[in-house]
Design a protein around this ligand. Structure first.
Ligand code: SF4
Length: 56
């Protein structure tokens, strides 16, 4: 399992800075979580101003 970023993302980058394993990078129009790298810690969830990050 991994966290996912939905279309509410405004590409602010706050989540990427919070991720301890650098699983988040800027994608096409929104940031994306690399599911293979994510350890499901949840650190990014609280950083998102639009609530775009959820556990899947
Ligand atoms: Fe990174 Fe943790 Fe968010 Fe996964 S849940 S993307 S490891 S901050």
């Amino acid at each position: 399992m991994a966290h996912v970023i939905n279309d509410e993302c405004v590409s602010c980058g706050a989540c990427a800075a919070a991720c301890p394993v650098s699983a988040i990078s800027e994608g096409d129009g929104k940031y994306v979580v690399d599911a293979a790298t994510c350890i499901d810690c949840g650190a990014c969830e609280g950083e998102c101003p639009t609530g775009a990050i959820q556990a899947e």
